[in-house]
Design a protein around this ligand. Structure first.
Ligand code: UN1
Length: 486
C-alpha cells in the first residue's frame, strides 16, 4: 500500500525488503498549525526492525559487488529527482518541521547536492599499490564497504542529514536500515520512495519509522548491524556509542553543541550582527551548530547588543509556509517547554532578557516563540553551558581576545566556533586555537558546505567525520592485501 489516503490523512508505511509494510501509525503534526496532520507514518515493531536488518544483510553480498556505474547512476537520478521536486519536498519539510519555505527548499537542494557529490565519489573510489619490504611482493590497500549500516537521524534537518548518511552508505556499497526521528519522518520516507522507485534493489535500503525506544533499541541490539551513524542528543548519542562499543561495532556519533561566536572590538558591526542573527536564530535556533554563546569584547558590547536586539524585534515569527516568515515555529511541545524552561532559568540565574523569549499567537495555533537574547551572562550559568536547541542566545562580556578565546573553549562541547574580527592576527590565531571541529571567520557557526568534512571534538562528536570525501572513513573498511609473484 506504501502511501494511501485514509480519513483524509495519508498513511505511509515502512519499506522492508522492497515491500511497503506496517499497520500501526503515528501522526505527524504541523508545528505551524497543530490542527493539521501532515500524514500518518508507520510505527515499526521490534520484529519489523529485525526483518529490516535481516533484509539488509541478505542484500549486502550483491550490492557490495554491484557496479560502480549502477551505484553512481542511482545516486545521480535521485539527486535529479530531488532537485526537480525541490518546491514540493521543501514544502513538506516546512510542514513537518517548521522551517521556513526558503529554509526547507534550501535544505532540499542541499540533499540533492549531496547525492550528486556521492554519485561522483562512487566512480572515484581508489586504493594504493605499494612495494612490499619483501622483494617480489606487492601490497594493495583497498577499501571495502563496511556492511549493514544503521542510520538514526534527528528531526531538525529532516532531509539533509538522512541524505548525508544514506548517500555515502549506498555509494560505497553498504546496505542500510534507516530510522528517522519520530517527529519528522516524512522527508526520509520521501527519500526511500524515490530510491526504491529509481531501481534500488530490494533490501538495500530499508526504512523503519517509529519510536527510538523500539526501533532504535532493536538496531542497537541486533548482531547483524556493522556500524551505526547517529545524529541527535548527547544522552542518546552516549547510549548509542556505548552499545556499539559493547558489540565492537563502528559508530559515528554527532551530538550537541554550545557554539561560541566571538565578536571583537575591531569587528565590522553590521557583519557581526548579521552573523549572530543568522547563526543564533535562523532555523529557529534548532541546529547543533547554532551560535548560543555570543562572547563580546567590552568596547563593542553595548553597540552590538543594541543593534542585535533592534534587528531581532523586526524578525517575523510565524507560520513556516507564509512567504514573509523569517523564523518558523518550534518543532513540538516538548522542545517548546525546554526552550521556555531555559528562558525562565536564565532569569533566575541572573541573566537579563533584553529581547524576545515570548510566546506569540498567530492565525493558526502553533509553537511560535520570539527569539530570545540574554545579556549579563557568565560562562558558568547553565544557560551558557547546556544545549537548549532553540532560538535562545546569551551574551558574555569579556575584556579582550585572550579572555574571549578562553571562554569560547571553556565548554564540554566542540562542534563549531566563530569569530567576527577584521584582525588577521586574531582570526589566524583563533583558527588554530579554537577547540572545535569547525571554525568560522566572519561567518555564522551554522550553515556548512556539503562537500567538506562535518564534525566536532570533545563532547560534540565521536568517531570519524561525516560528509565530503572524509565520509569514506566510516562507510568503508580497509583491506591490506599482499601478493607474491612466485
Ligand atoms: C548546518 O549547520 O548546516 O543537527 C548543519 C545539526 C547538525 C547539522 C548542522 N548535525 O544541527
Amino acid at each position: 500500500m506504501k502511501s494511501t489516503v485514509c480519513c483524509n490523512v495519508a498513511l505511509h508505511q515502512n519499506l522492508i525488503d522492497g515491500a511497503w509494510i506496517g499497520n500501526r501509525f503515528l501522526p505527524n503534526i504541523n508545528p505551524s498549525d497543530l490542527s493539521e496532520t501532515v500524514g500518518e507514518f508507520a510505527s515499526a515493531t521490534e520484529d519489523e526492525t529485525q526483518a529490516a536488518i535481516t533484509a539488509a544483510r541478505a542484500a549486502f553480498p550483491a550490492w557490495s559487488r554491484s557496479g560502480i556505474l549502477e551505484r553512481s547512476r542511482l545516486l545521480r537520478d535521485t539527486s535529479q529527482e530531488i532537485l526537480r521536486r525541490k518546491d514540493e519536498i521543501g514544502a513538506l519539510l516546512s510542514r513537518e518541521e517548521g522551517k521556513t519555505m526558503a529554509e526547507g527548499i534550501g535544505e532540499t537542494v542541499r540533499a540533492a547536492q549531496i547525492f550528486e557529490f556521492f554519485s561522483g565519489e562512487a566512480l572515484r573510489l581508489g586504493g594504493e599499490v605499494l612495494p612490499s619490504v619483501r622483494p617480489g611482493v606487492e601490497v594493495q590497500v583497498t577499501r571495502e564497504p563496511l556492511g549493514v549500516i544503521g542510520i538514526i537521524t534527528p528531526w531538525n534537518f529532516p532531509i539533509a542529514i538522512p541524505a548525508w548518511k544514506i548517500a555515502p552508505a549506498l555509494c560505497y556499497g553498504n546496505t542500510v536500515v534507516v530510522k528517522p526521528a519520530e517527529v519528522a519522518p516524512a522527508c526520509t520516507w520521501m527519500l526511500a520512495e524515490i530510491l526504491h522507485r529509481n531501481g534500488l534493489p530490494r533490501g538495500v535500503l530499508n526504512l523503519v519509522m517509529g519510536k527510538g525506544s523500539v526501533v532504535g533499541q532493536a538496531m542497537l541490539e541486533h548482531r547483524e548491524v556493522d556500524g551505526i551513524t547517529f545524529t541527535g542528543s548527547v544522552s542518546t548519542g552516549r547510549r548509542v556509542a556505548e552499545a556499539c562499543a559493547r558489540h565492537m561495532r563502528r559508530s559515528q556519533i554527532e551530538m550537541g553543541g554550545k557554539n561560541p561566536l566571538i565578536v571583537l572590538d575591531d569587528a565590522d558591526l553590521g557583519v557581526a550582527v548579521d552573523v549572530a542573527l543568522n547563526g543564533s536564530f535562523f532555523s529557529t535556533g534548532q541546529r547543533c551548530t547554532a551560535s548560543s554563546r555570543l562572547i563580546v569584547t567590552d568596547a563593542i558590547h553595548d553597540r552590538f547588543v543594541a543593534a542585535l536586539a533592534e534587528q531581532m524585534t523586526s524578525l517575523r515569527v510565524g507560520h513556516a509556509m507564509e512567504a514573509t516568515t523569517q523564523i518558523g515555529p518550534v518543532v513540538d511541545e516538548g522542545q517548546l517547554k525546554q526552550d521556555l524552561d531555559y528562558i525562565s532559568l536564565g532569569q533566575t540565574e541572573g541573566a537579563r532578557l533584553v529581547a524576545g523569549g515570548a510566546l506569540v499567537t498567530r492565525q493558526t495555533e502553533g509553537h511560535f516563540l520570539t527569539p530570545a537574547l540574554f545579556t549579563d551572562c557568565t560562562p558558568t550559568m547553565r544557560i551558557m553551558r547546556e544545549e537548549i536547541f532553540g532560538p535562545v542566545a546569551g551574551v558574555i562580556r569579556v575584556n579582550d581576545y585572550d579572555e574571549a578565546l578562553a571562554v569560547a573553549n571553556g565548554t564540554e562541547f566542540g562542534l563549531s566556533a566563530g569569530i567576527c574580527t577584521t584582525s588577521l592576527k586574531h582570526a589566524s590565531h583563533f583558527r588554530r586555537n579554537a577547540e572545535a571541529g569547525m571554525v568560522m571567520v566572519n561567518l555564522p557557526t551554522a550553515g556548512v558546505d556539503f562537500h567538506v568534512p562535518f564534525g566536532g571534538r570533545k563532547g560534540s562528536s565521536f568517531g570519524p567525520r561525516e560528509q565530503g570525501r572524509y565520509a569514506v572513513e566510516f562507510f568503508t573498511t580497509v583491506k591490506t592485501s599482499y601478493s607474491s609473484s612466485f
